[in-house]
Ligand binder design. Structure first.
Ligand code: ATP
Length: 615
C-alpha cells in the first residue's frame, strides 16, 4: 500500500501537469481536486505573449471573484485586468462574440433575466386567462435549429396555472405563446444570455474568420472553469472556437452538472472534453474525509462508476461516519438539533456548519440564509433587494439589480401592471414621463429607510414597505392608478415595530443555510443535507441504491452529490425515516462508514445559535 506522502505526491504531480500542459487540454477532476487552485496557478505561472492575455471564464460571479482575489493575493492584480479577462461566460460571450457584431444604429438591451423587463404572456384556457412569466419557461435551442424551444417549469408561483393548463392539454400551446412573445421582445433588442448565445453562434458560423481574428488576437487561451455547466449552445460555441484554432482548457467535473434546466448534459460535456485531445484526470480529494469520499462514489451513476477518490488532504484520517438522521414528515428542525449536537461533539464551530436543501422552502427556519440570486415572487424580490442594497459585500452588478427591483416595486405600487409589464425600467420611465434619476433616488432612499426583512418578508415588514411606497410617488403629486401593486407578506403577523427589532436582534451566529445550487465551489467542516420527504424521495433512493440514474432523478442525484461533497469532516443526511435502515445497511456493505443518529428525544429544542446542546 502506498503511503500518504506518496499519494499526495501523485496528486500534486497531476495538478502540476494540469498547470503546465499546453492547451487544448481537458482536465476532468473530482470534487475537492483543487480545480480553482490549478486554474489560478496556471494563470499566475505560464507566460503569455506581449500584449495578449488569457480568458478565465466561469459560470458564477463567486468563482470569478475567487480568481481575482487569488491574483491580488499573489501580488499580481494585473492578471485579472486587460489584456486578460476574468469573468462570467455570459459577459465573455457578450463582449467578444456578440457586441462587436451587432448592428449599429439601434438600442440593444442586455438583460440577465426576462424578469428584468417583467416579461409575461397571457394564455387563455377557455374560461380564464393565465398570466405566465417568461422566466418560468425553460429555454433551449438545438444548434442549427431556427426556433427556440420553451417549456413551462412547475413552481409554487405558477402552480395553479400549470395544473390547469396541464389538465386541459394546453402546456404546448402556452410554450408556443411564450416563444412568440420571446421572439417579439428579442426583435425589440432585448438580449438575455440565451439570445446572446444564439447570436454568438450565428456570428461564429457566418463570420468565423472575423471572430477568430478578434478572439485569437486578444487571448492566448481560454480556460473554462466549471465547464460541466455548459449548455448545448455553450458547447456548440466552444466547438466553433476550437475549430477555428482557439486553444481551450476545459476544466470540469461532469458529475457536478446541476444546471440541466439550462441544458447541461454530462455526457455531452464529457464527449466535448475528450474531443480536445490531451486529458488529465485529478482524483486526489484535498477536501474531504475517507467516509465522505466513499459516500460520493456511491452517488455516481453505474454508467460512470470509478473507484472512490483518494482523500489526500488534512482530513485523510478523520474518523467521523456518515450520519443518517431519520426525519418524520419533513420536519427539519429536529434534524438540525441532532446535527448541531454531533458537530459540537467534533468541536466544529457554528460558523463552519452548513445546512443545504434543494429548495429554500425545505431549509429549517432556524437557520440563516441570504440567497445571492433574486427570488421570483414580487414581495420576496423587494425584500431581497433591500437586504442586498444594505449589504457591504454585494458587488456592483448585484447592487444595481437590487436598485432596479426596488424601482420596479415603486412603479408597480403607483401604476398598473399593463403600464410596466414587458418593458425595461428605462422604457417605462420614458413612456410614463418619469425622471429616471428621481426613480433611482427613491429606490436608494427606500433601501436605506427599511430594515432588512426575514425570508419571506413578514406582514409587518410589508406594511412598513407599503407605508414607505405611499410617500414616494415617481411623479410628485400623482395619484395611484391601481392599488394591486402593494407588497403582500407571508402572513407571519409580525408588526412593523417587531420587524424593525428583528433586524437588530438577529442572533449573531446561526447555522448557515443555503440552497444547494448556491454553494458550488464552497466547502465547510460540517454539512447537513436535507432530503425532503416528497413524492420523489422513494424514486431518488431507488435510483441511488441501484446505480441506474434515469430521467430527472439523474439530476437530483447529482445535486445530492454536489451537496455531500461540500463537507470536509462531518456529513449528515436528513432522510425520510422509512429509508434509513436500508441505506445504512447498503452503505455498510460497501465499506462506507455510516450510522443512524440516536433518536430525537426533545423535538422542541431549537439549535438556532448552533452551539446549544440538546437535553
Ligand atoms: N495541492 C494542494 N495542497 C493542499 N491543499 C490543496 C491542494 N489543492 C487543493 N487544495 C485545497 O483543497 C480544497 C479544495 O480545492 P478547490 O476548492 O480548488 O477544489 P475544486 O476542485 O474546485 O472542488 P469542487 O469542484 O468540489 O468545488 C481547498 O481547500 C484547497 O485549498
Amino acid at each position: 500500500m502506498t503511503s500518504l506522502e506518496q499519494r499526495r505526491a501523485a496528486a500534486v504531480r497531476h495538478q502540476r501537469r494540469a498547470i503546465e500542459l499546453a492547451a487544448p487540454l481537458y482536465v476532468q477532476a473530482c470534487p475537492g481536486a483543487g480545480k480553482t487552485r490549478v486554474i489560478v496557478d496556471r494563470h499566475l505561472s505560464s507566460p503569455r505573449r506581449p500584449g495578449r492575455g488569457r480568458a478565465v471564464v466561469s459560470f458564477t460571479h463567486v468563482a470569478c471573484d475567487e480568481v481575482t482575489r487569488r491574483c491580488r493575493e499573489a501580488g499580481l492584480p494585473q492578471l485579472a485586468a486587460f489584456p486578460n479577462f476574468v469573468g462570467t461566460i455570459d459577459t465573455f460571450i457578450w463582449r467578444y462574440l456578440v457586441r462587436p457584431f451587432l448592428d449599429f444604429g439601434r438600442t440593444w438591451n442586455r438583460i440577465d433575466s426576462w424578469d428584468r423587463v417583467n416579461a409575461t404572456v397571457a394564455v387563455w384556457d377557455g374560461e380564464i386567462s393565465h398570466t405566465l412569466r417568461l422566466s418560468d419557461f425553460q429555454w433551449s435551442r438545438e444548434p442549427g435549429a431556427d426556433e427556440c424551444q420553451a417549456s413551462l417549469q412547475f413552481n409554487t408561483r405558477n402552480a395553479r396555472a400549470y395544473r390547469t393548463l396541464e389538465k386541459k392539454n394546453l402546456l404546448d400551446a402556452a410554450a408556443r405563446r411564450a416563444v412568440d412573445q420571446r421572439n417579439k421582445l428579442a426583435l425589440q433588442g432585448n438580449l438575455t444570455g440565451h439570445e446572446a448565445r444564439i447570436r454568438a453562434l450565428r456570428s461564429l458560423l457566418q463570420r468565423p474568420a472575423d471572430v477568430a481574428s478578434l478572439v485569437a488576437g486578444r487571448f492566448d487561451e481560454i480556460v473554462i472553469d466549471e465547464a460541466q455547466d455548459c449548455s448545448a449552445l455553450d458547447l456548440a460555441i466552444l466547438a466553433e472556437l476550437r475549430d477555428v484554432g482557439i486553444p481551450l482548457v476545459f476544466v470540469c467535473d461532469p458529475d457536478q452538472a446541476i444546471y440541466e434546466f439550462r441544458g447541461a448534459q454530462p455526457d455531452r460535456v464529457r464527449t466535448f472534453g475528450e474531443s480536445l485531445g490531451s486529458r488529465i484526470d485529478l482524483a486526489g480529494n484535498w477536501r474531504s474525509s475517507p467516509a465522505i469520499c466513499a459516500l460520493a462514489a456511491t452517488l455516481r451513476p453505474a454508467s460512470a462508476a470509478r473507484p472512490m477518490d483518494d482523500p489526500v488532504g488534512p482530513n485523510h484520517d478523520e474518523q467521523a461516519e456518515i450520519l443518517l438522521i431519520p426525519v418524520e414528515k419533513s420536519n427539519t428542525t429536529p434534524p438540525l438539533a441532532v446535527f448541531n449536537d454531533y458537530a459540537d461533539e467534533k468541536e466544529i464551530a457554528a460558523e463552519r456548519r452548513l445546512v443545504l436543501a434543494h429548495a429554500a422552502a425545505k431549509l429549517p427556519t432556524t437557520t440563516q440564509s441570504t440567497a445571492p440570486a433574486a427570488p421570483a415572487n414580487r414581495t420576496a424580490r423587494a425584500g431581497w433587494a433591500v437586504r442586498v442594497a444594505g449589504s457591504e459585500t454585494a458587488y456592483a452588478t448585484l447592487r444595481d439589480t437590487a436598485y432596479e427591483i426596488l424601482e420596479r416595486a415603486i412603479l408597480c405600487y403607483w401604476y398598473t401592471d399593463a403600464d410596466i409589464e414587458n418593458r425595461t425600467i428605462a422604457v417605462a420611465c420614458e413612456q410614463l414621463g418619469i425622471d429616471r434619476s428621481r426613480l433611482r433616488h427613491l429606490a436608494a432612499c427606500m433601501a436605506a429607510a427599511l430594515p432588512a426583512p426575514g425570508e419571506p418578508p413578514s406582514t409587518g415588514w410589508c406594511t412598513a414597505a407599503n407605508n414607505y411606497l405611499r410617500t414616494a410617488p415617481p411623479v410628485p403629486g400623482m395619484t395611484r392608478r391601481d392599488n394591486r401593486g402593494s407588497l403582500r407578506g407571508s402572513g407571519s403577523g409580525a408588526t412593523a415595530k417587531e420587524t424593525k427589532q428583528d433586524a437588530a436582534s438577529e442572533p449573531s451566529v446561526r447555522t448557515r443555510a443555503r440552497v444547494i445550487h448556491q454553494v458550488k465551489g464552497e466547502e465547510e467542516e460540517a454539512v447537513l443535507v436535507i432530503v425532503p420527504d416528497d413524492n420523489r424521495a422513494d424514486v431518488l433512493v431507488r435510483g441511488w441504491l441501484s446505480g441506474h440514474h434515469t430521467g430527472d432523478i439523474a439530476e437530483s442525484l447529482r445535486v445530492l452529490y454536489v451537496a455531500a461533497t461540500r463537507a470536509q469532516r462531518l456529513l449528515a443526511l436528513a432522510l425520510p425515516s422509512r429509508h434509513c435502515d436500508e441505506i445504512a445497511k447498503w452503505l455498510t456493505a460497501r465499506d462506507v462508514p455510516a450510522q443512524i443518529a440516536a433518536e430525537i428525544k426533545d423535538s422542541n429544542v431549537v439549535a438556532d445559535t448552533g452551539s446549544e446542546r440538546r437535553e
